[in-house]
Design a protein around this ligand. Structure first.
Ligand code: ATP
Ligand code: MG
Length: 205
């Protein structure tokens, strides 16, 4: 039985907190592989201006290079249209069945997802296909996370794994703002990601 972690996001750009939670999930849950899944279009970000998917993919690819058993998938980008987590999880389940391999899926997210996961499309399916793994995030207090987690667990009758780490106060939003203000971002993203940002003049206004 292979254990896969899937971390979905816009990754605009990928930053150290993404790498940190993916790594800790892999170590603490003994995952065989963590798959980064840059979204095509995200249902809750339809009105946002988002960097071209190929560049977001390239940034993820560059960032994960030093890590063993991290990979990046183009599934959501190539699928086109809006990315739905339940479809992505179904795709990976079917893929492993076709490859005659049993798999267990873990969907890795920041705790902010607990705030709106009930509105995600086919959320019941998500819970039946994967175990949700949440990491603390600066925007939510510990009590808020524990309370929300309990409400959702009771509602869907599923256990959620909550992993507490040192909170890293990093967000892609802040990184984009810093670039537009000509502020340094090397504290937050790997050098190779910075190179892609500057070569393509991303996030300048
Ligand atoms: P944006 O500000 O554009 O929303 P983001 O930093 O939240 O970007 P996403 O691509 O939206 O990055 O996040 C992908 C996943 O990583 C989400 O599940 C998100 O909750 C999680 N995540 C992002 N930053 C952190 C962080 N600092 N700590 C914990 N989880 C995080
Ligand atoms: Mg986000």
């Amino acid at each position: 039985m292979k254990r896969y972690g899937i971390i979905g996001g816009t990754f605009d750009p990928i930053h150290y907190a993404h790498l940190y939670i993916a790594y800790e999930a892999k170590e603490q849950l003994d995952l065989d592989e963590v798959i980064f899944m840059p979204a095509g279009k995200q249902p809750f970000k339809l009105n946002n201006i988002v960097t071209d998917s190929e560049l977001r993919y390239d940034m993820v690819k560059a960032a994960i290079e030093p890590f063993d058993n991290f990979s990046v998938s183009k599934y959501e980008i190539d699928k086109g249209g809006i990315s739905f987590t339940y479809e992505t999880l179904e795709y990976f389940k079917k893929k492993s069945i076709n490859e005659d391999e049993e798999s267990e899926l873990f969907f890795i997210t920041g705790a902010d997802c607990l705030l709106n996961i009930e509105e995600w499309k086919e959320v019941e399916k998500i819970f039946s296909l994967a175990t949700l793994v949440v990491f603390s995030r600066e925007s939510m207090s510990q009590t808020e996370i524990v309370n929300r987690k309990k409400i959702i667990e009771d509602k869907f009758n599923k256990k959620i794994i909550y992993l507490e780490l040192n909170k890293l106060e990093i967000s892609s939003t802040e990184i984009r703002e810093r670039v537009s203000q000509n502020k340094r971002i090397d504290f937050f993203v790997p050098k190779k990601v910075m190179d892609i940002i500057s070569e393509n003049s991303l996030y300048t206004k």
